[in-house]
Design a protein around this ligand. Structure first.
Ligand code: FES
Ligand SMILES: [Fe+2]
Length: 352
């Protein structure tokens, strides 16, 4: 699937940028679904998103600066409010009216969980609920914000794939002698508010060398992970690990689509222990090694992932690919509900 050619994805919220990146008074560019946008904080400190193109001579607004909660173009100083209207042309006398058509498209943008979320069109589903955020007994740790050369579908199927641990993660938590995957219990979720996805529960064995003891809260050489994971259509997931020690390690991922070959990995973590039990940096370092292992193999895959499995002979599957097949089924149902079919390159390899 070529993500940017499926307009329905414009109708979802996407986690685009940590709010902390916008606090320095400079606008920041982002490419979302192939569309160049610029983010900045308005006078109330709320994030705003505009098309990254000045309506005067098309300069990128992200090269400008923020002035009193408005965005000033770096070329001639035309200044935009959060709604995309030009509210100041410094070359005009102050009393001269500015035509209403002097504007650039504005997108829906809200702050949630410490990020700016953007929907390019009227959203058809809410931002996923994350009850641990700000709740007593939980700490929030922002882990990764980085670009990966792969597609959200590849990252999603990987995140529910129990068959790769013994290979991709054999240097970390994978048990090399146990390539047979544990089975997932899958329960589809279709809420009236448009929130669609599934819950996926399983138990896996994980190696637990001394370097991981504080992460797992256990000194056993092999520990167990009780996983209660969830998929949120289209590109988010929750990885909820409970160790026998009672320690919970809950990762939220948004695989935000940049274009047809790249995603922005947005990853944060909740823990129910304390800094004294396991320091934040240790948790970042632990998950950093594991995500490097996934990134390396995923960047070798074709980002034009097969979604409509009626296209025969493109990719073959095995039993443990069931979560990935359910993701495909839900994506296909979404497309068909919006009058779309999967857009793809066919069986051709990507051109360099
Ligand atoms: S191009 Fe932006 S003010 Fe001229
Ligand atoms: Fe992995």
């Amino acid at each position: 699937m070529l993500i940017t050619r499926q307009p329905v994805f414009r109708k979802f919220w996407h986690a685009v940028m940590p709010l902390s990146m916008l606090e320095g008074g400079l606008p920041k560019p982002f490419r979302l679904l192939g569309e160049d946008i610029v983010l900045f904080l308005d006078a109330e400190g709320q994030p705003a998103a505009l098309k990254d193109r000045c309506c005067h001579r098309t300069a990128r607004l992200s090269k400008g600066r923020c002035v009193n909660g408005a965005l000033e173009c770096g070329y001639h100083g035309w200044t935009y409010n959060a709604g995309g209207r030009v509210i100041r042309i410094p070359q005009y006398d102050a009393e001269r009216a500015i035509p209403a058509e002097y504007c650039t498209p504005a997108y829906r943008c809200v702050a949630k969980y410490g990020y700016a979320w953007v929907a390019l069109e009227e959203p058809i589903a809410p931002i996923p609920e994350v009850p641990e955020f700000g709740a007593p007994g939980w700490r929030t740790i922002y882990q990764f914000y980085e670009r990966w050369a792969t597609s959200p579908i590849r990252a999603l199927e990987n995140s529910f794939d129990n068959s790769h641990f013994s290979f991709v993660h054999r240097a970390t938590f994978g048990v090399a002698a146990q390539p047979k995957p544990s089975k997932y219990e899958l329960v589809e979720r279709k809420n009236g508010d448009g929130s669609i996805g599934f819950q996926a529960e399983t138990l896996i064995d994980a190696t637990n060398p001394p370097a991981f003891h504080r992460v797992s809260g256990s000194t056993d050489p092999i520990t167990q992970r009780h996983m209660r994971n969830a998929y949120y259509l289209p590109f988010s997931r929750r990885l909820d690990i409970e160790y026998p020690s009672g320690v919970r390690h809950i990762i939220i991922n948004c695989f935000t689509p940049i274009d047809d070959g790249q995603l922005q990995l947005v990853q944060w973590l909740f823990r129910n222990d304390t800094e004294a039990d396991c320091p934040e940096q240790m948790l970042i370092d632990f998950d950093h090694v594991i995500t490097r292992e996934d990134k390396d193999i995923l960047e070798s895959t074709d980002p034009d992932a097969l979604v409509d499995i009626r296209r025969r002979g493109v990719e073959y599957s095995m039993d443990s690919d069931r979560p990935g097949m359910l993701i495909r089924k839900q994506l296909l149902e979404l497309l068909s509900a919006h009058g779309e079919t999967e857009q793809h390159r066919g069986n051709q390899p990507p051109t360099a």
